[in-house]
Design a binder for this molecule. Structure first.
Ligand SMILES: [Fe+2]
Length: 380
């Protein structure tokens, strides 16, 4: 299976995975196995699906496994959309959100965690599954999945620090479920932002930007003060703070920002880059990984970036890549522990192919990659 741009897909090619775009009911727009026609291509383009997985001879035997399966995603979408509706109703009647009104979210976090653990906790390539509509829900789910992957790695290797500054390595499951709830709710304050600003295609004016930057505090204000864990509130309030103090709402820096919020910052930025937005097309995983590495030590906590690089593959299985000597190929698999050194199937004339492991050939560099983004999160 490999990932190709929808507009470049040939008639008759077989879809490798269900296309679940924008369907909260869990019914695919098109099913795996369907052969592409002009009409289907138009349908996909109209739905904002810029890339699809296809099964063809070149990519025979290459497996692409979703980390968050379609069933979990459908359940998560329903739970998040219902939590946001409850929050909206509470807001309009001047009330705050109590944890027991959104109990279903805990179940979503548990399901996502189970899948992450099932995938070995490594090698996630996560990008957008949906068209821009429903962005906030899908974004919340994808940020939760990548944030929990980072958190799993971070808490296992760095432990977590209590209010006395002591490190602990136990109760990781509890920490992860708290982190997961914070991640699912991190952008809930966007409900308080006028849609005209939220969905504006162009640049925001300084006044609009000020309103936009109020969403973390608006989010905390929506959560009933004494009932929610302070850690969840910290993720909601601080996910736009930056390691060097250049973020908002309070320009906090370094250890002033809770590690859970530092994890949320990396997951949020990575997902924003690799997702289809109303005002920007989705970019490939490699671009998202590069942006996080560029912010290492300035925008982002180096320990969090280190954990991120150990769980997010820049070139997941099925990605088309170009090597610096001009050879072209498709990523077959990604080794644990060296996510940027995949096995690549080289495509040569006459259907001949060889596979090379970049891990065993350290002199070979990937110099280019297809500018398409996976239509759903996949394990490399
Ligand atoms: Fe945000």
């Amino acid at each position: 299976m490999r990932l190709i741009s929808t507009t470049r897909a040939q008639d008759g090619v077989e879809l490798g995975r269900d296309v679940m775009i924008g369907r909260p009911d869990g019914v695919p727009l098109l099913r795996a196995g369907v052969r592409l026609t002009n009409r289907y291509r138009d349908l996909l383009v109209k739905a904002g699906v810029s890339a699809i997985y296809v099964e063809d001879e070149l990519s025979e035997g290459i497996l692409v496994e979703p980390v968050v399966d379609d069933m979990t995603r459908a359940i998560a979408t329903r739970a998040v959309s219902s939590a946001f509706k409850t929050a909206r109703d509470a807001m309009s009647s001047g009330k705050r959100l109590a944890p027991d009104t959104v109990e279903a979210l805990e179940d979503v976090v548990r399901r996502i965690l189970e899948q992450i653990e099932g995938s070995g906790g490594v090698a996630l390539a996560l990008a957008d599954l949906s068209s821009a509509d429903g962005y906030t829900f899908q974004h919340s789910i994808d940020v939760t999945a990548v944030g929990l992957m980072i958190g799993h790695r971070y808490f296992t290797s760095q432990g977590w620090t209590d209010f006395r500054g002591e490190r602990h390595y136990d109760q990781v499951e509890e920490r992860l479920s708290t982190l997961g709830l914070g991640l699912l709710l991190h952008d809930i304050g966007k409900l308080a932002i006028p849609l005209g600003i939220l969905n504006k295609p162009g640049k925001l004016t300084p006044e609009e930007w000020t309103i936009m930057k109020s969403h973390p505090r608006a989010g905390v204000d929506m959560l009933d003060g004494s009932q929610w864990s302070p850690l969840i509130k910290s993720v909601v309030l601080r996910h736009h703070e930056r390691w060097n103090g250049s973020g908002y709402p309070d320009a906090k820096a370094g250890a002033e920002i809770h590690p859970m919020a530092r994890i949320a910052a990396v997951a949020d930025v990575y997902d924003a880059i690799t997702s289809e937005r109303l005002y920007a097309p989705a970019r490939p995983a490699a671009d998202g990984v590069r942006a996080i590495i560029e912010g290492n030590g300035t925008l982002f906590d180096p320990e969090v970036v280190d954990a991120f690089c150990r769980v997010v593959a820049p070139f997941p299985a099925g990605t088309s890549v170009e090597l610096q000597d001009g050879r072209k190929g498709i990523v077959v698999s990604v080794p644990d522990g060296a996510l940027d050194r995949p096995v690549v199937r080289i495509l040569e004339g006459e259907g001949a192919r060889t596979e090379i492991s970049l891990l065993h050939d350290p002199g070979i560099r990937i110099s280019g990659w297809d500018h398409v983004s996976p239509p759903s999160p996949v394990a490399a």
